[in-house]
Design a protein around this ligand. Structure first.
Ligand SMILES: [Zn+2]
Length: 196
């Protein structure tokens, strides 16, 4: 029997489980979804700036974006006793901030070299944007609001009505094509299904 057709429980056992939490140590879900995590190679580099309050929430989707995208790094913001080092944020030409701001001018379709994604509640994202000096002056990317109602892990944290994983998928669709973004949409749906 090939691994792809193995029973789901076997796939769960194939991943190391944390001794105390009984969650998969990689995807951090009680029902492992690692088999659903695609590898999506983007030309744009994503830098996710995650508010520390999001870190241990099972519904946080930034973790999955980081697992699926080789060209992505996850930085933590707001950790107690660990001031954020702004020097680690890219700021050069071709760097954009993915942020829902209706007042932001529409962006062109030139491929961004880097996209910084703010991951947190609406108010946390707004505070990060205000307090992190390195973000000032960077152009925004705004995304069209989703046209389809879909199940989500929680009420969207982005004012645009999307989770962080969905927002990244939409940005990839916008600049690198729907086909590259589709596996991330499938992953999102798998996460929702696993949480029901
Ligand atoms: Zn897993």
């Amino acid at each position: 029997m090939s691994s792809s057709s193995a029973p789901y429980q076997d796939r769960v056992r194939a991943n190391r489980m944390g001794p105390s939490s009984l969650c998969c140590v990689r995807c951090r879900q009680r029902l492992c979804v690692c088999a659903e995590i695609p590898r999506v190679e983007t030309r744009t580099r994503f830098v996710i700036l995650r508010h520390t309050a999001e870190r241990n929430k099972p519904s946080n989707t930034a973790h999955f974006a980081a697992l699926a995208l080789p060209n992505c790094e996850l930085a933590e913001y707001g950790t107690e006793g660990a001031p954020f080092d702004e020097a680690r944020l890219p700021t050069g030409p071709g760097t954009f901030v993915l942020y829902p701001d209706e007042a932001a001018p529409a962006t062109g379709l030139e491929l961004p070299q880097r996209i910084i994604v703010l991951d947190g509640s609406w108010s946390q994202a707004r505070r990060m944007r205000q307090r992190i000096l390195a973000l000032r002056g960077l152009p925004f990317i705004t995304l069209p609001a989703p046209t389809q109602a879909r199940r989500r892990l929680r009420r969207p944290v982005h004012a645009s009505g999307m989770s962080t994983l969905e927002a990244i998928a939409r940005a990839i669709a916008l600049y690198e094509g729907d086909a590259l973004a589709a596996p991330l949409d499938h992953l999102h749906d798998a996460l929702v299904a696993a949480s029901l």
